[in-house]
Design a protein around this ligand. Structure first.
Ligand SMILES: NC(=O)c1ccc[n+]([C@@H]2O[C@H](COP(=O)([O-])OP(=O)(O)OC[C@H]3O[C@@H](n4cnc5c(N)ncnc54)[C@H](O)[C@@H]3O)[C@@H](O)[C@H]2O)c1
Length: 390
């Protein structure tokens, strides 16, 4: 039995961690910490917790010796102190994505986990969605030969606000560490997982078309190209009403996956998966999808928690260790750097680059390309800094 505490009880708990934790027999939610009283009370009801199990200050919860692990589901800008305190208190950590807002903080937390000998896993739950399991199985079976070019279409991401009792608009501030690409970092770790190797280069256009009239400071559109040692991926990411699905071309065929109503991953159930073989013959493949989209999401969290509990019990890394969260974050920040400089960025990022130490704030310290669409869109506060300089 794994006894866990939850830090942050917002929307992701309602559709992800709550159904998982209430369904699993060998993971037991003991206590909850949240700075917002209304959210603590909502959690009390969801998990039928006693008043003593609710904490306004997570540090009081970490002092309990009946908790083995904590899930840190607060906005990413607040993770550092909480995660470091959790490791100091001897708790394993399951972190929501993105791991942090800067690679420097992510690295510091990873080093703390290693020194303490504790498990540090990411909520990279899309690895457990049925459509991606089916795609990965097809690739591994050789159905399309060696994968060469993958396009992940995420242009129909719905811009859900955060919990109303807290600060529903935090995702649109610079404190989120990026816009839709950082928020939907799922596509980034999925690309790496499909090619089974870390990315080496990234280039991108990053813009804000959807919210152009609302003085956005973060992007709502990111068109990203990624080089892997063995192939390429394109991620087309946007808050809006655009196309969703996956296309992968291989050395001996290609595959296509589409969602109900052609929506993007995470927002509807998968409906179509087929491969086309080397002779241009189409083969349809089943996806082990549940009828309701919400049930697929909930199951992905349950599988993720099961993996986390098993990793602790058997002293192995989780399916998505914190290092994969760091690599995904570096790729996102590399994409922003490319969009601002007009250059291809090599990965991993250098430890002395401004975005490594400061995240998006570091973009203010690099030389922008005059033609950059990201600068023209006045994203990340870059334009203001330049206006002051001239
Ligand atoms: N894996 C997924 O599919 C997925 C989906 C949504 C969100 N997320 C991630 O989960 C995190 C939370 O997102 P959300 O949509 O639930 O946000 P939310 O705004 O709905 O909830 C955030 C919660 O954290 C609490 N909180 C804020 N600061 C805190 C602190 N210092 N200590 C304790 N509690 C604090 C707030 O009171 C609120 O209840 C983010 O990092 C987000 O990227 C992951």
């Amino acid at each position: 039995m794994l006894n866990v505490g939850l830090i942050g009880c917002g929307n992701v708990v309602s559709y992800g961690h709550k159904p998982a934790l209430t369904a699993l027999d060998d993971v037991n939610l003991v206590a909850v910490a949240d700075v917002t009283k209304e959210r603590r009370l909502i959690c009390k009801e969801w998990f039928t917790l006693p008043d003593e199990a609710l904490y306004a200050d997570y540090k009081d919860m970490l002092a309990r010796d009946d908790i083995d692990a904590v899930c840190v589901a607060v906005p990413q800008g607040f993770r550092r102190e909480i995660v470091l305190d959790a490791f100091a208190a001897g708790k394993h950590v399951l972190s929501e994505k993105p791991i942090a807002t800067s690679p420097a903080v992510a690295t510091e937390m990873i080093e703390a986990a290693h020194s303490a000998g504790l498990v540090f896993g990411m909520v990279h739950n899309y690895l457990f969605l049925p459509e991606f399991i089916a795609i990965k199985n097809l690739i591994q079976s050789g159905a399309i030969g060696q994968p060469r070019v993958a396009t992940l279409h995420f242009l129909g991401v719905i811009d859900y606000p955060g919990a109303a009792e807290y600060k529903s608009g935090w995702r649109h501030g610079l404190e989120a560490g990026g816009g839709v690409l950082a928020d939907m970092i799922h596509a980034v770790y999925l690309a790496e997982w499909l090619f089974d190797t870390p990315a080496t280069q990234v280039m991108a256009f990053v813009d804000a078309l959807e919210y152009a009239d609302e003085h956005p400071v973060i992007e709502d559109l990111a068109l990203v190209q990624i080089a892997f040692p063995n192939g390429y991926a394109a991620i087309h990411m946007g808050w809006g009403k655009g196309v969703g699905g996956v296309d992968i071309s291989g050395s001996d065929g290609h595959l296509r996956m589409r969602y109900h109503q052609y929506q993007s991953s995470g927002f509807n159930r998968p409906e179509e998966l087929y491969t086309v073989d080397a002779n241009w013959e189409r083969h349809d493949h089943p996806i082990e999808s549940l009828p309701a989209h919400a049930a697929n999401i909930a199951l992905s969290f349950a599988k993720l928690w099961t993996d986390f509990a098993d990793a602790i019990a058997t002293e192995r890394p989780t399916v998505a260790p914190a290092e994969s969260g760091l690599r995904a974050l570096e790729l996102v920040l590399g994409a922003y750097t490319s969009a601002v400089t007009g250059r291809v960025i090599t990965l991993p990022l250098g430890k002395n680059t401004p975005v490594f130490s400061e995240g998006v704030q570091g973009l203010l310290h690099i030389n922008p390309w005059p033609q950059s669409r990201t600068v023209a869109a006045k994203l990340f506060g870059i334009d203001e800094v330049r206006a002051h300089e001239h």
